[in-house]
Write a protein that binds this ligand. Sequence first.
Ligand SMILES: Cc1cc2nc3c(=O)[nH]c(=O)nc-3n(C[C@H](O)[C@H](O)[C@H](O)COP(=O)(O)OP(=O)(O)OC[C@H]3O[C@@H](n4cnc5c(N)ncnc54)[C@H](O)[C@@H]3O)c2cc1C
Length: 606
Amino acid sequence: MSAMNIATMNIATKELDKHYDLVIMGGGLAGLTLALQVRQRNPDLSILVLERRPQAAPEAAHKVGESTVELGMYYLSDVLSLRDYLEEVHLQKQGLRYFFTPQHELELANRVEFGAKNNLPIHSYQLDRGRLENDLVQHISALRVTTLLGASVKKVNIVDDGLHQVSFVEKGKLQSVSGRWVVDATGRGSLLKRHLGFEKSLDHNINAVWFRLRGEVDVDDWSEQTSWKEKVKPGFRRLATVHLMGQGYWVWLIPLGTGSTSVGIVADPRYHDINTYNSFEKALEWMADHEPIAAKQLALRHDDLMDFRMLKHYAHDCGRFFSHKRWGVTGDAGAFLDPLYSPGTDFIAFSNTFLTDLILRDHSQEQIDERVFLYEQTYIELFQRWLTLYQDKYTLFGNTQITVAKILWDTANYWAVPVPMFCNGVYTNQDLIQVLFATPDCIGKKFSRLNEQVQAFFLGWYELDNGDSYSLQRMFIEPLSLTYLYNLHVEMEHQYSEPVLIEKLAENLRILEEIAAALFALVFNRFKGTPIDMPIDPYTMSIAQSKQELLAAANGQGSFVARDVIAKEVGQMWFYTVADAGHKKQDSHSQTNDQPHVNSYEAESV
Ligand SMILES: Cc1cc2nc3c(=O)[nH]c(=O)nc-3n(C[C@H](O)[C@H](O)[C@H](O)COP(=O)(O)OP(=O)(O)OC[C@H]3O[C@@H](n4cnc5c(N)ncnc54)[C@H](O)[C@@H]3O)c2cc1C
């Protein structure tokens, strides 16, 4: 697949057949990539994509979903073999970059910055969604997927034992086709979900606005301080997804391969009323209060404004995802969580991979009932596990210490288990899923329990920590300078044999347990007065426990002390001054140091 000239875009207008093996309703990212994935696995299936948009999508000002992370990137570049195309047309993304400590709002160089200094060993892409969808339409059409633009689906009739009927209007004419399989990829239209009554609300109420600006926006230009600029390769900050973090919100800056820049505000209404930022002018006023440097810089770009969009309460869930009656939902038509960490494409990768597997097995006359059940449960479990990363967590974003710990945890968690599992085809390997998820103490269940425990821990920590015990500035946190994170990063796409993969996942889970134990030990030490070297059971200990309860639990069978190598690296991201922490023994770098503290601790007998 190579870049297409939109002006020459010409979708086949041949007569439609009356019947298709697969009818995909909606030709956005989810629908188009599903068509491609199924087609690549089986060139014989007849596939029809019905897309409401009547003409080529505009470049830049089209949709959100521009930033990808590793799992979704692996899906696009390796599973769908689009790597060369992505390299040619879209931008290499250099990770996620965060600016914390909004109290230094008047000088970006004074904020705590978190991000890469140099090229990441594994990079993902920043996508121009309009360009991508146009190119995908061309690509699948060349692979004999019938793609009809300007076709608005009106009705689906699910027939349990026969062919489903899909009615749509194209050029004012009502038409109908039948499909052995029907997949809803209509995004927030959620046609099938509404039709079958599977709507499900989600207790995660966050709002977003976004706009695109013509031309580049480079945060390197937002400060005059040469020493700060020189910390990172020139032009490199811009290639990341930049996040400006403050209590209850984050602001994104995403560069697009077609030369424009996407900007968004995502905020919890408990802290920021959407009516205070729901137009470009109001968004600038809101930024003037919370992110004044951004406000000043973006106001200069008023004439470059291409669009302005908003979405209230974007998170939503779905009661069912796949059925043995040969229907399914994918992408936003099913469920959506939150754009922080860009998981949208990851979830498209999951649902499309499950659906492709089911469709192809059904095509080769295999019984799919058991797999449908297994895949749906796995998808629901993934969604619920991911939800804990976001639910109630916008509260934390003004507390730099907790948010840094959380981002490091969330990143390690993601690279340690779900990414290697996806890259090694685990999710459609029934035997491996059984091994990894079926028993109470299996890796998958422990991984979920541990994450739930740590996510609850962050909220409990926040209750105890008013965040004013340290005053950080000019700190640069390079996450891949942490060995545990670097190793997880470079290994996440490795291909393993099944037994080695199971060992690897167990080893990664052990690393996560140690990170959790080391972090708990620091926090308990500071807020509960327990010894810094106290053994920790990260699966059972909770910040709600008293000092006595924690000390008693430290003698439990599951308690252990994290290895020095991990404890030391977790300690590097601990920002409290020595004077604040009763048990730390050394090293009080000034708070204006450019490097994080490296503290070490001495034991206190229990
Ligand atoms: C604020 C915000 C920021 C986000 N940022 C990111 C990010 O950085 N990275 C990321 O990975 N994800 C991100 N996401 C999520 C991402 O936008 C979605 O996961 C992704 O766009 C979903 O793609 P889709 O194909 O399911 O839906 P869509 O892209 O909406 O496609 C649905 C298609 O169906 C068509 N359609 C609708 N109704 C009908 C009908 N009746 N008949 C025929 N066609 C129809 C529409 O025209 C459309 O083209 C973000 C989401 C939000 C809310």
